[in-house]
Ligand binder design. Structure first.
Ligand code: NDP
Length: 323
C-alpha cells in the first residue's frame, strides 16, 4: 500500500481507504462489516470513513464494534466522521454547522465509535445559515478539546474553503486541511478545475468519494439494474436515472476494452484512473462484499500501467475533461 500525506499535514493515509455509506447498517450487518474491514486493514488500508448520518448512527456503531473486536492499536488506524445532517428532526440538530450542534454531535459519534477521538472531522456540507467563522471556531474547539485531530470540508465551494482558511489564519485557529469530494470519471469539474488553485496555493488535501459512481463504473448496470445492487436498495431509486442513461452506459462499454488490454476489470480501471490525480490523498472505496473489495484493492497495481497514451484513450471516450 502507498501512503500519501493528507494535504499539507504530516498525517499519512493509505491511498485506498474504506467507507461505510449505504452499506454499514442498511445493506450489511456487523459480521460482514468486520470481514470487509479486516480485508482492507490486512491490505494496508489505514483510513476508514464514516458519518453521523450513515444509517442513522448505526454505521458508526458497527465500525466502533469492529475496532473493538479487531483489537487494532489506536495508533494504527485513522478514522473520520462527518457532521451536518444530524440525527434528529429538531431545530439546531438538523442541516446545520452551528457551534451547539457540532459540540454536541461529536460526543454521540465518539460514544458510538467507542473512541476517545476521531482523526478527522468533516463538515459534511456547507451551511449557508451559519457564519463560516462560527463553524471554524467550533471545529477549532473540537481539536483543542482533543476530540478530533484535524478538520475538513465536504462539497464546499472553493470560495467557502478559502474563507474558512483565511478566518482561521486571522484568529490563529486550526484551519481545515482537506476536502472530501465526489470524484470519478463522470464527475470531474470541481476537482480538476474549481479546486486547482486551492491545491496549488494552499496545499489543501482531498479524499474522494464514489470513485465508481456508486458502482456504475464497474459495468454492472450495463444491462439493467441488478436486484442485489445499490440502485435497487430502498431509498436509492434516485440513482436509477443516471444508471439507465444510454450515453453513460455506452461510455462504460467503450472503456471496457481499455481495461482488458491492461488485464484489469472495469472497476479497477476506474479506481486506478482516480489514483493518477496527484492532488488526491486517498480514494475512499465502498463495497458490499469481500470479493468487490479484493478486486478494487487490485487497482493499485493498475495505476502505474496508465501511461499518457492510455490516459489519452480514456479521454477520447469520456470527452468530459474540464477546460
Ligand atoms: P463507490 O462509487 O465505489 O460505490 C461502492 C458500491 O459499488 C459498493 O457498495 C457496491 O454496491 C458497488 N461495487 C463496489 N465495487 C464493485 C465491484 N468491483 N463490482 C461491482 N460492484 C461494485 O463508492 P461509494 O459511493 O460507496 O463511496 C465510498 C465512500 O465514500 C462511502 O462509503 C463514504 O465513506 C464516502 N462518501 C462520502 C460522501 C460525502 O458526502 N462526503 C458521499 C458518499 C460517499 P452494490 O454491491 O450494492 O451494488
Amino acid at each position: 500500500m502507498n501512503y500519501r500525506r493528507l494535504g499539507s499535514t504530516g498525517l499519512q493515509i493509505s491511498e485506498l481507504s474504506f467507507g461505510a455509506w449505504v452499506t454499514f447498517g442498511d445493506q450489511i450487518g456487523q459480521e460482514m462489516a468486520e470481514r470487509l474491514m479486516r480485508v482492507a486493514f490486512d491490505a494496508g488500508v489505514n483510513y476508514f470513513d464514516n458519518a453521523e448520518s450513515y444509517s442513522g448512527g448505526k454505521a458508526e456503531t458497527i465500525m466502533g464494534n469492529v475496532f473493538k473486536n479487531a483489537g487494532w492499536a489506536r495508533e494504527t488506524f485513522v478514522v473520520s466522521t462527518k457532521f451536518y445532517w444530524g440525527l434528529r428532526e429538531t431545530v439546531n440538530q438538523r442541516n446545520t454547522l452551528n457551534r451547539k450542534y457540532l459540540l454536541e454531535a461529536i460526543n454521540g459519534s465518539l460514544k458510538r465509535l467507542q473512541l476517545d477521538y476521531v482523526d478527522i472531522v468533516f463538515a459534511h456540507r456547507p451551511d449557508p445559515d451559519t457564519p463560516i467563522a462560527e463553524t471554524v471556531w467550533a471545529m477549532h474547539k473540537l481539536i483543542e478539546s482533543d476530540k478530533a485531530l484535524y478538520w475538513g470540508t465536504s462539497e464546499w465551494s472553493a470560495y467557502e474553503i478559502v474563507s474558512a482558511i483565511y478566518l482561521a489564519e486571522k484568529y490563529h485557529l486550526h484551519k481545515p486541511v482537506t476536502e472530501q469530494s465526489h470524484y470519478n470519471m463522470f464527475t470531474r469539474e470541481k476537482l480538476e478545475k474549481e479546486y486547482l488553485r486551492l491545491f496549488q496555493e494552499h496545499h489543501y488535501g482531498d479524499v474522494i468519494w464514489s470513485p465508481l459512481a456508486s458502482g456504475f463504473l464497474s459495468g454492472k448496470y450495463n444491462d439493467g439494474i441488478p436486484a442485489d445492487s445499490r440502485a435497487a436498495q430502498p431509498g436509492y431509486e434516485w440513482l436509477q436515472k443516471t444508471f439507465t442513461s444510454a450515453e453513460r452506459i455506452d461510455k462504460v462499454k467503450q472503456l471496457a476494452p481499455i481495461a482488458s488490454d491492461l488485464g484489469a476489470t472495469m472497476a479497477q480501471l476506474a479506481i486506478a484512473w482516480c489514483l493518477k490525480n496527484p492532488y488526491l490523498s486517498s480514494v475512499i472505496l465502498g463495497a458490499s462484499r469481500p470479493e468487490q473489495l479484493q478486486e478494487n484493492l487490485g487497482a493499485r497495481a493498475i495505476a502505474p500501467l496508465l501511461t499518457p497514451e492510455t490516459l489519452e484513450r480514456i479521454e477520447n471516450v469520456l470527452q468530459n475533461k474540464p477546460r
